[in-house]
Design a binder for this molecule. Structure first.
Ligand code: DAH
Length: 347
């Protein structure tokens, strides 16, 4: 064999060893393996290919020997690369992942407890024919107070008690202004529930929040009377709390209803026998209600000689707290996921 042929055979053996070492070293890196394939076996510039390109210049004897050695080296490197790539493909996608780590639990959303009671309350009143409507949170002083028969100088109009946005405009202090909007937009008969957010300058403590929720009810038709109101509220309280609940109407005052009542229910916690939740009175205040004052009908253009109506307003945060045993109103507003996760299955 010529000296040149012997050199080429030795160079080939050296390349093969070198390539084998580098394939081992690159075993975790698919791209590096691909680069090694090109570097050694590439058709144009591959280093093994380059040695074999010398073949035609060799005498026939040496040509056969180098040719054989070259084909073996190519086959072996190709096999090593294929094995390394197969092993890599069988590994988990993220190399270095901790396979003992527990799988991430699936996240399921929950409805807010106030949303849950709104849905429940509106569903109960829907059985009596009331549909659900909403109104804006930014209101005019006229809709929030004047049309509802609040006299000028009423303390609720004071900037100390309400959030004013500008002259004559404020964040509504109750859902009652939506009564005005509904009666100005539709002719009787009217039967609606109106849930929504309200704002007052109250402290943020265990039982007060400057933002809170109410649901309003309004029924206007010919011949509506106080008996209808008592029947509707009693029906609701028995559905919402328990069939055996005692409902008590106490005379009260609101500018927009006459007569007005505050409605108490026997404490669902102790069944009326007295406990810390009802401050040992056996009763809890549930809502305010009454017969729509004729002055309100006049303000919105409904004929008070022909139509009568009843209305109520209920604090939803308290309703949710009573319903779910929530001790502190701030829990409803603080978005603590440990609290909200408890309502995942409540819907
Ligand atoms: N708007 C009253 C409040 O925020 C609640 C209320 C009482 C609404 C009697 C009514 C009602 O519709 O008839 O305290």
């Amino acid at each position: 064999m010529s000296a040149k042929a012997a050199d080429l055979v030795a160079a080939l053996a050296g390349l093969e060893r070198e390539a084998e070492e580098r394939i081992h070293a690159a075993a975790r890196d698919g791209e590096a393996l691909q680069r090694l394939r090109t570097e050694y076996l590439g058709r144009k510039a591959g280093r093994v290919t380059g040695i074999l390109r010398e073949l035609p210049a060799l005498p026939p004897e040496a040509r056969r020997e180098l040719g054989q050695a070259g084909n073996q080296a190519k086959a072996r490197l190709e096999q090593l690369l294929a094995e390394a790539e197969a092993a890599l493909a069988a590994r988990p996608a993220a190399a270095g992942a901790d396979l003992t780590m527990p799988a991430r639990r699936q996240w399921r959303g929950a409805l807010h407890p106030v949303t849950l009671v709104v849905d429940e309350i509106c569903d109960i009143f829907r059985e009596l024919g009331l549909t659900r409507v909403v109104g804006p949170e930014a209101e005019s002083e006229r809709n929030n107070f004047t049309a509802l028969n609040f006299p000028p100088g009423h303390p609720a109009l004071d900037a100390q008690d309400s959030f004013y946005l500008g002259p004559g405009a404020l964040l509504r202090t109750h859902t009652s202004p939506v009564q005005v909007r509904v009666m100005e937009a539709y002719r009787p008969p009217i039967r609606v529930t109106i849930p929504g957010r309200c704002y007052r300058r109250d402290p943020f403590d265990a039982s007060h929040s400057p933002v809170f929720h109410q649901v309003e009810g309004l029924v206007v038709d010919e011949g509506i009377n106080l008996v209808d109101l008592k029947a509707a509220i009693t029906f609701f309280a028995r559905r919402f709390l328990s069939p055996g609940v005692t409902v008590r109407f106490r005379p009260s005052f609101f500018p927009f209803t006459e007569p007005s009542a505050e409605v108490d229910v026997s404490c669902p916690q102790c069944d009326g026998s007295g406990c810390p939740v009802c401050k040992h009175t056996g009763f809890m205040e549930l809502l305010g209600a009454g017969m729509v004052d004729p002055a309100v009908f006049e303000a919105v253009g409904v004929d008070p000689e022909r139509f009568t109506g009843w209305a109520f307003g209920m604090g939803l945060d308290r309703a949710a707290m009573i319903r779910y045993g929530i001790p502190d109103i701030r829990m409803l507003f603080e978005a603590d996921m440990r609290f909200h996760a408890q309502f995942v299955d409540a819907a």
